[in-house]
Design a protein around this ligand. Structure first.
Ligand code: ZN
Ligand code: ZN
Length: 783
């Protein structure tokens, strides 16, 4: 027996798989298909441990499904436009293209050394003209369908990155990338009309298998609320100002009116420099500060008419009202709204209660005495008869601003012409190549604007002088459709062929960070719905099943790039890829954060050496007879059942490793058992998705070949007899049922069985209980 040499074994098998293109999957495959995808990386710098976790997880799923008979599509690409690559280039002092391509080459070679089962023939990178040609083409499609428009708006400006940010990328008033406090600026920007799909984005969440917390994040971000739109008249200006409210029952208590400082109404309402300068300064404050600090505001000198009682109420501009909500103006009801009350108290404005302690209306004319809940609809109907209001639905979601004042992105295919206005670049002129510029660093003005040769073009419509759009597209546009391109990566007639995407999509399993819940995961859903409406594909959701991996932490801090001593490359050099792969998944449930410790990997490397030795010893034994029944054989069948259930049904990846370790342990205690070889084969076969190199080598030692394509083992049910234990089921601590279950069932299975009991159900009353589990003994359901 040779000593275990990870480097030798891994290089050997990686070469074999590469020569065979083992993980390439064609378009004409037969039988069931499985599309496995992890979010693609930004190529800035090199791979970090977070990537190692994400892609190893996807790798186990890939191998598991391949060996269970699916044709698995598992591609890889690079989100290579955008700030991370560009900022890395600025820091290192090179050109973004050069640095991006260098990073891609380095990450690719690291990925190959990890032995991940990737179909490299389908690789795409967002910065390549063969890709962004089609991003631009899709821009034109969305534009043609009225789902893209340009407008002057108050936008989020990151003073550090010198560019506009989408609402989704402002976290507590700060830029999500660099942490700078975001400012408000008025600029003409390009928007995707994602709000046209607000209802569909909400409703279709019910059709996909996503974590509940992610659905909640999207649901509250879309923020649908039912209420009414009421019209407040400003007689002096002869205008009606609409407000959205979820509380039309309190309209009689509206004693003043507030406009957000960034609202275009401010300039119409007042010419006073005091009002305008307040608005300018207040609009630039971070949202968080505006919502929490002491109330500030200024009276415009104008009044609006309360549509319910005709009262003339003062109009203020105040920064506690945000442009994001409703129409950017509110009716203030200080008696029944905390923030309105704080403002009224600060500025000595009247407070009129309109609901009494019993929840009935008061001070509300003919509606006095009506229960507030019922009065809502009645008051809206009454105002509607007077053309002063109507029922309305409001969404918190805003259109997606996607133009960026930066260099490293896909140019927007638009020409401005004095005679024709906004003119799209003709399809046959794509790709509109990203030109060279003398200086690509951000300076507030888009860098492309300084390239006169690029900027000055004849208008495609009238031939007169035209000027190109100088902004580029946000990289989140690129990543909203990359998973479709993987299905048809070489197509030069269209972004993708409909039959090709229909054959693979929707993605069966998507894996990526929950930090993309409001951005990428929402944008991609919008893209797919719109493309479905354009007739380009036959499905409405991109990601059927979604899983969020946890973060890898070092000393309590989340790792997002390689940090001292934990560069994946150095670890591969020292321990081999298999040791890192198994280590990263062994640390705990993959959806929770894990702490990186240097001794952990040593222990994993020791286990692999032991595994190597024990399997070699078993290989010297006679082949195990079919149906062999010994305690070791039973242990092997039980391990098959556990690992299959954990990966396949429960989507848990750490416990299978422990199960195989236990089996190896049992095998080492009974090296001459008639089932020794069978146990060794089983361990090697089950561990293959985690450590494919050493397992392929050991499979050969055991006298077989191509474990990669070996069908997944199936447990012999007749050898799975387990001990039984009595499970006690309590509801709120009282015993309500008891029955026998097999010993060693996982907790969620115990809970499922407890809840399935009819006796128990009658005490639950359909409520969702909290659960307390004592394994093999007790389930207590608490409601
Ligand atoms: Zn920033
Ligand atoms: Zn023109």
């Amino acid at each position: 027996m040779d000593a275990y040499d990870a480097q030798l074994i891994e290089q050997k098998w990686q070469r074999v798989w590469e020569d065979e293109q083992a993980f390439h999957v064609g378009d004409d495959v037969e039988g069931p298909r499985f599309y496995m995808l992890e979010m693609l990386p930004y190529p800035s710098g090199s791979l970090h441990m977070g990537h190692v976790l994400n892609y190893t997880l996807g790798d186990v799923v890939t191998h598991f499904h391949r060996r269970n008979g699916d044709a698995v599509l598992r591609p890889m690409g690079f989100d290579s436009f955008g700030l991370p690559a560009e900022n890395a280039a600025i820091k290192e002092g090179g050109h973004p293209l050069e640095i991006t391509e260098r990073s891609i080459a380095s990450i690719t070679s690291q990925m190959r050394r990890m032995g991940w089962a990737i179909d490299w023939q389908r690789e795409v990178s967002a910065h390549e003209p063969t890709y962004y040609r089609w991003t631009q083409w899709l821009f034109l499609k969305f534009f043609e369908h009225g789902l893209i428009y340009r407008k002057e708006a108050s936008v989020n400006w990151c003073p550090n990155d010198q560019t506009v940010l989408a609402n989704e990328h402002v976290v507590e008033g700060r830029c999500w990338r660099c942490g700078a406090v975001v400012e408000a600026r008025k600029m003409a920007q390009w928007f995707f009309k994602i709000t046209a799909y607000a209802d569909a984005l909400l409703a279709d969440l019910a059709t996909i298998d996503w974590p509940e917390r992610t659905k909640k994040i999207q649901t509250s971000w879309i923020g649908r609320s039912e209420g009414a739109e009421l019209l407040f008249r400003v007689d002096e200006l002869d205008i009606d100002i609409p407000v959205f409210t979820t509380r039309p029952d309190t309209v009689f208590g509206a004693t003043f009116f507030v406009v957000a400082p960034e609202s275009p109404l401010v300039d119409r309402l007042s010419e006073s420099e005091e009002v305008r300068s307040y608005a300018r300064i207040a609009a630039a404050r971070p949202t968080e500060e505006r919502e929490q600090r002491e109330k500030t505001g200024v009276f415009t000198g104008r009044h609006a008419t309360n549509p319910a009682n005709g009262a003339q109420i003062p109009i203020w501009v105040a920064d506690y009202v945000l442009m994001d909500y409703g129409t950017g103006a509110i009716m203030a009801v200080p008696a029944h709204d905390d923030r309105d009350r704080a403002f009224a108290e600060a500025f000595d404005l009247p407070i009129v209660p309109v609901i009494d302690d019993d929840g009935r209306l008061i001070n509300s004319a003919e509606f006095d005495g009506r229960p507030a809940g019922e009065a809502k609809g009645e008051i809206v109907a009454w105002l509607s008869d007077r053309a002063r209001g109507k029922q309305a639905i409001n969404f918190r979601l805003r259109d997606w601003s996607f133009s960026r004042q930066r260099y490293w992105g896909a140019p927007i295919p638009i020409v401005y012409c004095d005679a024709c206005g906004i003119v799209p670049v003709p399809e046959d002129e794509l790709p509109l190549l990203l030109p060279e510029v003398a200086d690509y660093r951000p300076k507030g003005q888009p860098p492309l604007a300084s390239n006169e040769e690029f900027m000055n073009v004849p208008c495609p419509r009238c031939g007169g002088p035209g000027r190109r759009e100088a902004d580029t597209m946000d990289t989140f546009v690129d990543s909203s459709w990359y998973f479709l391109r993987y299905c048809d990566p070489a197509n030069d007639k269209a972004p993708f062929d409909r039959a090709h995407v229909n054959a693979w999509m929707p993605i069966d399993q998507y894996i990526g960070g929950i930090d993309h819940a409001k951005g990428h995961l929402l944008y991609s859903r919008f893209f797919v719905k719109a493309l479905n409406d354009f007739g380009m594909l036959d499905f409405r959701e991109p990601f059927q099943r979604l899983f969020h991996q946890g973060w890898v932490r070092l000393g309590g801090k989340r790792m997002s790039k390689s940090q001292g001593g934990v560069s994946p490359t150095e670890l591969v050099d020292q321990f081999g890829a298999d040791a890192i792969r198994i280590y990263i998944l062994f640390q705990g449930p993959a959806d929770q954060d894990i702490d990186w410790t240097p001794d952990g990997i040593e222990a994993t490397a020791r286990f692999l050496r032991r595994f190597w030795r024990v399997v070699h010893e078993a290989a010297e034994q006679q082949a195990s007879p079919a149906g062999v029944d010994t305690p070791l054989a039973r242990k092997a069948h039980e391990t098959i059942a556990r690992v299959t259930d954990d990966i396949g049904r429960r989507f848990v990846f750490n416990t299978p490793i422990a199960a195989v370790m236990e089996l190896i342990n049992e095998l080492s205690k009974a090296p001459h058992d008639p089932a020794a070889r069978f146990a060794a084969e089983t361990a090697v076969s089950l561990l293959q998705p985690y450590t494919p190199h050493v397992c392929e080598e050991l499979w050969g030692v055991l006298g077989h070949s191509r474990l990669l394509d070996e069908p997944w083992p199936v447990a012999d049910e007749t050898l799975l007899v387990r001990e039984t234990v009595q499970l006690v089921v309590q509801v709120n601590g009282k015993v309500r049922d008891r029955f026998d279950v097999p010993a060693g069932l996982p907790e969620d299975e115990l809970v499922a069985r407890a809840r399935a009991s009819e006796k128990v159900q009658s005490f639950l009353d359909g409520e969702e209980p909290r659960v307390i589990v004592v394994p093999d003994k007790l389930v207590n359901l608490v409601i």
